[in-house]
Design a protein around this ligand. Structure first.
Ligand code: BGC
Length: 760
């Protein structure tokens, strides 16, 4: 755990240069706009610890997998979001010495992520080995108002003597990934050049053939007067150089504006003209105008999605950081894109889609953005339905059964580990649950009618085939799975998996009946399309009626899986601190034999399906499982925060909230350097809105059951619900509900039903 980020309500601030933490900071200060993003790498050269990373949404490479013993059904490749063109690069020479913070005396260094306005700002004074003292300030902006463009401004001032300055501003297309399995380069060079002071580099990804074109304009000035530059080009690297002499009061500045377009979004033949047009567009704006537009775009977002906390700056900073990073990753207008667990902040997890999206991110987008955004996340899976059917077919299922991949970029499974690929089938359930959640929240039945039911049928077919009849139990069982708790492999009857499978079959049958009533013709067309007949629903009903759910009658709890209680029952509190995290300190064999739980498993099911269980049942299970949970997945604390809130355990709820929300800011798990935990950031939002404020949808009505942590004066947020924008403020002894739309809304607030009329 680290504690070097200055607490501030709207900014993430690092004061002082910490080379040892540079990769952590590069992750924390990442900046993006939903279409592309970047780690906070320095513009100038740096020979210290650094992981350079610039990523473009949806541009990936199918890297060849590395497995010891190939088994049938393994994915052919492991998809990777690839490090893309480096457009920020500068080589800065001052009195013939290269500026490199690893070799200077660095003073008054500050890095600041201005979340209100969407800016990354860095400044420092440094003394070079040749004695020259310089002051640098840089500001980087990934334009939210025009997402295929970005800009930066970099100023240099010498502080103690006249100096000769040589600055090379470059753009390099042939960048590499650190996690390339076979040290391959993922890009092929197509062309580079310049036209009317506009530089360009065009690259193509190997195998996937994405063409990416970056156009760049450099603008060098001294005290606002333009300076001539010299162009040079070496394959995939194109640069402009200026050499000038500067005095103590001079301000040397370079502004870089870039457009990055790709064949993923445009016809390849149009990339050149688009790049030119994009650049003309942003070049017509002054630096100040760009900043203003950026502030406006982020302002609009914050008006809808901010959570304000008074009385606790660390908590305030953390929730804004989580919300900011989440939106930088996914803004929701493109249904081909999704939310990688690391977003644009690192290479780990390959930028691909996990069940995290449906289980954790959908609720955030449902409540803070127009319904289209969550709908796009659902459509993403609808568009991959054929691949999910293909995937299940490869594994031996038939009749249109679908198994969605655990990890995907384009609908194909691309994870390296068999336990996850073949066994973590519960992800199918989360995809179905998100459809239900969308319908429950928005009241929009049309999604199920047009797309969702087809997905539900295919998923249900999978469950109906994946169960088998146990003659001994006289029940259907689900064997050989891995539940959300990945510290158990190949277990039988994981309660969570069985529960979501049974629920899914039931929900699909109910949805079929609803569509039968509302649009019979449509249902008939769908049945014809997917070849569904009544016999199937009879078999499904049999599975629903006879599905096995492991329980322990003595403890009166749901059993995580068959035989769970045969394990030695010890608690996390029995573990020595030096043994944690167990995934770094213990052998895998020891982990598998232990009772320790990586993340919510039975409790994940109780969170999803809480309406089916009484409070005492939830409490008994929580009290049994939480003390055995090591929370070694970032997705774990938030579910526990929500359940602890529901059970009235305020102190625990708050503890879990902070653990989720400050996970990266304080580097709890010592892994922030790999990138941020973007998907669990949605869990931080959930901890407040669904946890502390207890927001639920009950019978089409928004309901709140609130509490406020004792150190907070108040917290407040907006939610969008079926055309109404509701402002909710909870204070220690009071609350406020303001309806900011023009239609009234029924609300249940702390058990009391009422209506909130429009405010004006
Ligand atoms: C968790 C999974 C999750 C994945 C990506 C793993 O550590 O156990 O549940 O899907 O990370 O976030």
């Amino acid at each position: 755990m680290k504690n070097y980020i200055v607490h501030d309500e709207w900014n993430i601030i690092e004061e002082g240069f910490r080379p040892a933490y540079n990769e952590v900071s590069e992750s924390l200060f990442s900046i993006g706009n939903g279409r592309m993003g970047q780690r906070a790498n320095f513009e100038e050269d740096y020979s210290g610890k650094t992981l350079s990373g610039s990523y473009l949404a949806g541009i990936y490479y199918p890297d060849k997998t590395r497995v010891g013993w190939w088994k049938n059904g393994y994915p052919e490749y492991f998809a990777k979001v690839i490090n893309a063109v480096n457009w920020i690069g500068l080589h800065v020479k001052i009195n013939d010495e290269l500026l490199d913070l690893a070799n200077c005396d660095v003073r008054s260094f500050q890095r600041r992520l201005d979340m209100k306005n969407g800016l990354l700002i860095r400044s420092f004074d440094a003394k070079l080995q040749n004695g020259t003292e310089v002051r640098i300030e840089s500001t980087r902006i990934f334009h939210l108002f025009q997402s295929e463009t970005a800009s930066l401004k970099y100023t240099i001032q010498v502080l103690n003597q006249q100096a000769s300055l040589q600055v090379v501003s470059y753009m390099e297309g042939d960048v590499v990934n650190r996690d390339s399995n076979y040290d391959e380069h993922f890009w092929s060079f197509i062309s580079s050049g310049s036209l009317n002071s506009q530089l360009h580099v065009t690259m193509k990804t190997k195998k996937t053939d994405f063409i990416v074109r970056a156009d760049l304009v450099n603008n060098f000035t001294i005290n606002d007067g333009a300076i001539e530059s010299e162009l040079s080009k070496e394959g995939s690297c194109i640069s402009e150089t200026v050499a000038v002499s500067v005095g103590i009061n001079d301000v040397f500045s370079i502004e870089k504006r870039v457009s990055i377009v790709s064949s993923q979004n445009h016809a390849a033949a149009e990339l050149m003209s688009l790049g030119k047009a994009n650049l003309e567009n942003i070049s017509s704006l002054s630096y100040q105008e760009i900043r203003n537009k950026q502030a406006l775009a982020w302002g609009n977002f914050w008006n809808e999605s901010d959570i304000q906390i008074t009385g606790d700056i660390a908590a305030q900073q953390a929730i804004r950081f989580n919300i900011f990073q989440l939106y930088q990753t996914y803004t929701g207008e493109d249904s081909r894109l999704n939310i990688g667990p690391k977003g644009f902040t690192g290479e780990k997890y390959g930028g691909v889609t996990y069940w995290d999206t449906e289980a954790y991110c959908v609720p955030f987008y449902l409540a803070t953005q127009p319904a289209d955004v969550a709908r796009n996340l659902l459509l993403y899976r609808y568009q991959h339905l054929d691949k999910a059917i293909e995937n299940a077919t490869k594994l031996g299922f038939s009749n249109g059964a679908a198994l969605y991949p655990m990890v995907t970029m384009n609908g194909e499974e691309c994870h390296n580990e068999w336990e996850i690929t073949f066994e973590e089938i519960h992800r199918n359930g989360a995809i179905a649950f998100a459809i239900y959640n969308y319908q429950r929240y928005t009241g929009d039945w049309s999604y199920i009618e047009n797309y969702g039911l087809e997905v539900l049928i295919a998923i249900s077919r999978f469950w109906a085939q994946r169960v088998n009849w146990s003659a001994e139990k006289e029940k259907y069982v689900i064997l050989g799975v891995t539940g959300p708790n990945e510290y158990e492999n190949n277990v039988n009857n994981n309660w969570y998996t069985n529960t979501i499978a049974g629920w899914c079959l039931k929900y699909t049958l109910e949805s079929i009946l609803t569509l039968k009533d509302s649009n019979h013709t449509k249902l008939i067309c769908l049945f014809e399309k997917v070849g569904f007949n009544n016999e199937e629903s009879v078999q499904w009903q049999h599975v629903i009626d006879y599905l096995y759910y492991p329980i322990d009658t003595e403890l009166d709890i749901f059993l995580q899986q068959d035989g769970y209680l045969d394990k030695e029952q010890v608690l996390v509190s029995d573990l020595l601190e030096k043994e944690r995290p167990i995934n770094q300190k213990w052998s895998w064999d020891r982990i598998l034999r232990s009772c320790f739980i990586k993340q919510a498993d039975v409790l994940q099911g109780l969170y999803f399906f809480e309406d089916q269980y009484d409070l005492e049942t939830i409490r008994r299970n929580y009290d049994f499982y939480e003390p055995r949970t090591v929370h070694e997945s970032s997705l774990s604390p938030c579910v526990h925060a929500i359940l602890a809130s529901k059970l009235g355990n305020k102190a625990k709820a708050y503890e879990f909230y902070l653990r989720t929300a400050r996970l990266d800011l304080d580097d709890y798990n010592n892994d922030t350097e790999d990138g941020l935990h973007i998907t669990s950031m949605a869990g931080s939002w959930m901890s407040i809105v669904e946890g502390f404020a207890g927001m639920r949808v009950k019978d089409n009505t928004l309901s709140f059951q609130t509490f406020i942590p004792k150190t907070w004066e108040s917290y407040a947020f907006h939610v969008q619900f079926r055309g109404v924008k509701l402002f909710v403020k909870i204070k220690q002894d009071d609350f406020e509900l303001i309806n900011k739309s023009n239609q009234e809304i029924s609300v249940i607030f702390n058990g009391e039903a009422g209506t909130v009329k429009p405010c004006a």
